[in-house]
Write a protein that binds this ligand. Structure first.
Ligand SMILES: C[S@@+](CC[C@H](N)C(=O)[O-])C[C@H]1O[C@@H](n2cnc3c(N)ncnc32)[C@H](O)[C@@H]1O
Length: 376
């Protein structure tokens, strides 16, 4: 899958035929002991759905789609309030497997359970021969444990706690690897609908491009270049590009667009890699990446970058950010469940005084994004 976005929605009546086809698919049901499929009827599906609706607080069933593939599968959870634990599952049609969709969808369901405080632990019980499922669960932080005796006997028991899931972070490099193939299209759909987090994404990039074009710039360092959408624009216009990103998949995509760019696989929470640390640049850019640093880390990082600027050089950051805390709280309130609690957005009025630069400008571009420019 190259350009598609994943859509996860609560299962409604209109999704039942798709779910029926999933459950009646022998390949999908092989590891749960039904190599011919469940052989379920539409009438039985409707009864199941009515039962689901009646237990909405404890059970949520999601249908997974992508624009390119259409219906892909299901994920669900069921809360056991007595033992404070959620049973999780995911099933995908063969056409949707191996594309990062399962990782994304299960993470979505787990976040729902933990963010809403529905349970402190979650478990899965994959067939011991289903190595793909085991790999997926391990990546999400599940570990093998003795199966509690309040559950029906089964082959396996893997558990993840809320703490482990949160510590793993909403998006580690593996998360970004999984996202790389759908990144461009998910940005596109968020900006087309003028939604947090990518509302006016193009406008942010265009404004940064204009600033760079208007100055005497040759060398550019991009922090967290992603698929290289913006960096490529600079590259094809003759700028010398340097950059870091910790996702191999993002790096691979970006490098294929920009074979001569100096792109380095690196985690910027550790500062800059030695190859780039002692170089100086006319411009340092970062778009939609620095919000993965806490506010303190962000300020330290930016202040450190000062020494990597050539005379007349500048830093320009386009990211989710706000002028005041009140503005951020209003957007958080309106975004409701969409709001990502694991990211750290700059509040200009609060951070400005800690930035060690003589000239600091902030320009609001959309209700949730702005551009920060730093010069000596
Ligand atoms: C939302 S994408 C933004 C990509 C691109 N700059 C853009 O504007 O479309 C964030 C990027 O930052 C990278 N990233 C996040 N945390 C990172 C870290 N600690 N070190 C290096 N790269 C990181 C991710 O791999 C991803 O490619």
């Amino acid at each position: 899958m190259s350009t598609d976005s994943i859509i996860i929605k609560e299962t409604k009546i209109e999704d039942l035929e798709n779910i029926l086809n999933l459950w009646n698919n022998g390949d999908v049901m092989f590891y749960v002991g039904f190599p011919q499929g469940l052989g379920i009827t539409m009438k039985e599906m409707e009864t199941w759905h009515t039962h689901l609706q009646a237990n909405k607080e404890k059970r949520k069933h999601y249908s997974i789609y992508t624009r390119e593939l259409g219906f892909c599968g299901e994920t669900f959870y069921e809360i056991n309030t007595v033992h404070d634990i959620a049973a999780m599952d995911i099933k995908l049609l063969p056409k949707a497997q191996g594309k990062g969709i399962a990782h994304y969808a299960l993470r979505y369901a787990l976040s729902h359970v933990f963010d809403k405080g529905l349970a402190k632990r979650a478990y899965v019980d994959p067939n011991s021969n289903n190595s793909k499922a085991w790999r997926l669960y391990k990546k999400l932080g599940f570990i093998s444990k003795e199966r509690p005796n309040y559950l029906e006997p089964s082959d396996s028991y893997l558990e993840v706690t809320k703490e482990t899931f949160i510590k793993k972070g909403p998006m580690d490099d593996e998360g970004f690897n999984q996202w790389a193939c759908t990144y461009d299209s998910s940005v596109l759909s968020s900006q087309t609908d003028n939604l947090y987090p990518f509302a006016e994404y193009s406008k942010v990039l265009d404004s940064i491009y204009k600033v760079i074009k208007g100055k005497s710039v040759k060398t550019i360092l991009d922090i967290g270049f992603g698929t290289g959408t913006f960096t490529f624009r600079l590259y094809e216009n003759g700028y010398d590009i340097y950059g870091v990103d910790f996702s191999y998949e993002m790096l691979k995509t970006a490098q294929s667009k920009m074979p001569d760019a100096n792109l380095i696989h690196w985690d910027f929470t550790k500062g800059l890699p030695s190859e780039l640390m002692n170089l100086t640049y006319d411009c340092i850019i970062s778009t939609y990446a620095l919000h993965h640093l806490t506010e303190e880390e962000k300020i330290n990082f930016l202040n450190l970058m000062k020494k990597n600027l050539n005379p007349g050089g500048f830093i320009i950051i386009g990211d989710i950010s706000f002028e005041t805390r009140e503005q951020m709280e209003e957007v958080r309130h309106n975004c409701n469940e969409e709001w990502d609690e694991e990211e750290f957005y700059m509040i200009y009025s609060e951070s400005k005084a800690m930035l060690n630069f003589s000239n600091i400008y902030y320009q609001k571009v959309s209700f949730c994004a702005g551009i920060l420019e730093l010069r000596n």
